[in-house]
Design a protein. Structure first.
Length: 240
């Protein structure tokens, strides 16, 4: 690990974007660095599916968990290792932000239930509604009651861990933002995805499913940047 004057932020990389998106917009960690306004020199990236290992939590000032094409319910060895590490990190008070797979992995690690959403894939630039509990949350109390976010996911948090609080929902998913601890929060949506990334995703999926091409191209026309959802990531990083 490189030498830092201060403890680095660690990004737990749990997967990466498809080749066509990575070639145009960078990988998941690049997106977090850009949309989170994160200084790359202050970050350590640990690629978990590649077998890279985390140091003990006290070596970091905070952690961010990316999305993945994997499913939490597969219980892959690297994912279960990360879940164990996250339990230890939370117990030690490490600030943590998870998105999509990271959102589900945190819920799984703390005893919640993750599985395929009964309504299927949730995808596109969709409206998020804050729940009443968000009015008292320090990260969300000044947010607009409704805002847009970018989503691509098949699995969801179906049951919250004990002590966790849902702070926002979408039309399909009641657990769009979850507060686990004072300094541990996650989003089912992708604050790291901007409009061009979503536009590219829709083209890619339309090619994979030509029978549904018209549906995905219609979703594509309504994709956009989501500055409010992006700001949640940026404010987490600034608070470290």
């Amino acid at each position: 690990m490189a030498e830092f004057e201060a403890k680095p932020l660690v990004i737990l990389q749990t997967g990466d974007a498809p080749d066509v998106i990575r070639h145009q917009h960078g990988g998941f960690t690049d997106m977090f660095l850009q949309q989170g306004d994160i200084d790359p020199s202050s970050v350590v990236i640990v690629n978990l599916p590649a077998g890279e290992q985390l140091l003990s939590p006290e070596h970091y000032r905070g952690a961010v968990i990316t999305g993945s094409a994997a499913m939490v319910t597969e219980l892959l060895p690297w994912s279960e290792y990360a879940a164990m590490w996250l339990r230890d990190a939370i117990g030690m008070g490490l600030p943590i932000f998870g998105a999509c797979y990271g959102h589900q992995l945190l819920a799984h690690a703390l005893g919640g239930e993750v599985g395929y959403h009964p309504e299927g894939l949730e995808i596109g630039t969709l409206e998020i509604e804050l729940l009443p509990e968000a009015q008292q949350d320090p990260a969300l109390q000044n947010y607009p009651p409704r805002f847009y976010a970018n989503l691509i996911h098949s699995q969801s948090v179906l049951r919250l861990p004990e002590g966790a609080v849902a702070l926002a929902r979408s039309q399909q998913d009641p657990h769009q933002i979850i507060r686990y601890r004072d300094n541990v929060i996650s989003t089912q949506f992708h604050p790291e995805f901007n409009g061009p990334v979503m536009h590219c995703y829709m083209s890619w999926i339309a090619e994979l499913e030509p029978q549904n091409e018209a549906k995905y191209l219609d979703i594509q026309r309504r994709t956009s940047n989501t500055p409010v959802s992006q700001s949640l990531l940026r404010e987490f990083v600034r608070g470290l």
